[in-house]
Design a protein around this ligand. Structure first.
Ligand code: NDP
Length: 475
């Protein structure tokens, strides 16, 4: 194998302030309470900045600002709203390198991913929904679809800026105004986005960003002035939100956890499948709701595929996320690392066999090596629970029917992958898999034009594409 010289991306391009307030009504304001929290670089544990902790009064101020902006924003012709969205998209492209470095510092993901996947998709979402803003009458939701009002949006830490784009772009295109709460551990790109809104001259109050913890999120979703709630995160919190919103007039979409099956048949192009398996579970350290965390491989090719997979994993480089050679970055937080360790220990205790390539772990920061479990039974916790880390559970099957049975044997239903050279088998499988997205001979492919969302405990509603407009319109 090659030895790679380090090729670190410079962090000079980002300008992180020591302390951030809240972005309300187009202004930076101080929170009413004294409490603040620190956001750290998970690769080094270095404190990056102090961030405001919004309480109920601050959330109220943000919702009121959004409500005040709503009549003007929603009455604006779609073509005018589109101009703002196009402008935001272009600024994101212009500032893409800065935003990618900032995302990598705050989140721990490799710069290769933030630069080549997250940021291009963020810009693409704004461009895509900008295109819809003046065509809503032709979207299939009636002649004059109306926006809902104020959207309260709560997002997780795994794709901080991308999740912001998934939420804000369609909401604004449809004429809604927004209060968004980023995750406690990854607020910095959302705060940079606030500056982009100012740079784009977005009218005050159309986008408001309130930082804080779970209580801030709860205050936002429960605020009586919020008309629509969009949440991405754990099934546990999604359940709490669904319960607290039941019986209210608020419209709700939930994008929750997953335990996707990545299914490899004996007729699949195995080298390509190995790349798809690696991308499916080790992309973004496995912090992906639709990660292919269960590999279902046909028994006849299991040994061959696992040998090839292990060889490939031996070439992955774990380490400095700012190094352009890095494949596996840092785990986002100490809490998440503890959860991955706990579930991996449970896998061993329940009798599965654990394997990781030899891979040096940095002294500081939060790290977990790529890990493969074989001999996994369907009853094992590592086959049932979302680990949200670089941990793959391998199961085998003999017949297509058994593959379907095993793949669907989960409370989740977000995504699945099928590797086969036969189109008919692909379609046969896709029509039986209970998953919102089924990838064929690929995995973790995203596109703003394509709807994304789950069945069962993976949530409801769709984001992306024309379907994603529905969540933000009174239809
Ligand atoms: P959460 O579901 O707790 O966090 C998602 C967002 O919701 C964050 O902004 C969080 O704020 C906020 N939040 C937390 N509690 C509430 C509440 N009661 N009301 C409203 N908003 C709330 O996920 P965690 O970050 O705690 O991760 C826990 C587990 O969830 C992970 O280990 C992983 O398995 C799974 N997960 C799944 C995701 C997915 O996309 N499927 C995404 C993230 C996590 P804050 O960050 O400040 O706590």
């Amino acid at each position: 194998m090659f030895e790679y010289a380090p090729a670190p991306e410079s962090r000079d391009i980002v300008d992180i302030r020591p302390s951030y307030g809240l972005f309300i009504n187009g202004e930076w304001v101080e929170p009413q309470g004294e409490e603040r929290h620190k956001t750290v670089n998970p690769a080094t544990e270095e404190v990056l900045a102090e961030v405001a902790w919004a309480g109920e009064a601050d959330v109220d101020r943000a919702v009121q600002a959004a409500a005040k902006a709503f009549p003007v924003w929603s009455a604006m012709p779609g073509a005018e709203r589109a101009k703002y969205l196009f402008r935001i998209a272009r600024i994101i492209q212009e500032r893409a390198r800065e935003l990618a470095v900032l995302e990598t510092l705050d989140n721990g993901k490799p710069i290769r991913e933030s630069r080549d996947v997250d940021l291009p998709l963020v810009a693409a979402h704004f461009f895509y929904y900008a295109g819809w803003a003046d065509k809503l009458s032709y979207a299939g939701f009636g002649e004059k679809p109306r926006p809902l009002g104020v959207a309260g949006q709560v997002i997780p830490w795994n794709f901080p800026l991308l999740m912001l784009a998934w939420k804000i772009a369609p909401a604004l295109a449809c004429g809604n105004t927004v209060v968004l709460k980023p995750a406690e551990t990854t607020p910095l790109t959302a705060l940079a986005f606030a500056d982009i809104c100012r740079q784009a001259d977005l009218p005050p109050g159309v986008v408001n960003i309130v930082t804080g913890a779970g209580e801030t999120g709860a205050a936002l979703v429960n605020h009586p002035g919020v008309d629509k709630v969009a949440f991405t995160g754990s099934t546990e919190v999604g359940r709490l939100i669904a319960r607290s919103l039941a019986g209210t007039r608020k419209k709700l979409t939930l994008e929750l956890g997953g335990k996707a099956a990545n299914i490899v048949f004996e007729d699949a192009p195995l080298d390509q499948a190995v790349e798809g398996i690696v991308n499916g579970i080790f992309f973004n350290q496995g912090h992906v709701c639709c990660a292919g965390s269960r590999l279902l491989v046909q028994e006849s090719v299991a040994d061959e595929l696992l040998d090839a997979l292990k060889r490939r994993l031996g070439t992955l480089r774990l380490g400095d996320p700012l190094d352009k050679n890095t494949d596996i970055g840092a785990i986002n937080s100490a809490e998440q690392l503890a959860k991955i360790r706990e579930l991996s220990a449970a896998g061993e205790a329940e009798g599965a066999e654990r394997w990781s390539p030899a891979c040096p772990i940095p002294d500081r920061g939060y790290w977990f090596p790529p890990t493969v479990f074989t001999g996994v039974a369907q009853s094992h916790r590592i086959a049932r629970e979302e680990i949200f880390g670089p941990v793959l559970s391998v199961l085998t099957f003999r017949t297509p029917a058994e593959a379907v049975e095993k793949a669907n044997n989960t409370p989740y239903g977000l995504s699945a992958g099928v590797w086969t050279e036969k189109g008919s088998r692909m379609l046969w499988m896709a029509s039986r898999l209970r998953a919102g997205v089924v990838w064929s001979n690929t995995f973790n492919r995203f596109d703003p034009t394509s709807p994304f969302g789950g069945y069962k405990e993976s949530g409801y509603g769709r984001e992306g594409g024309r379907h994603g407009l529905e969540a933000y319109l009174a239809v």
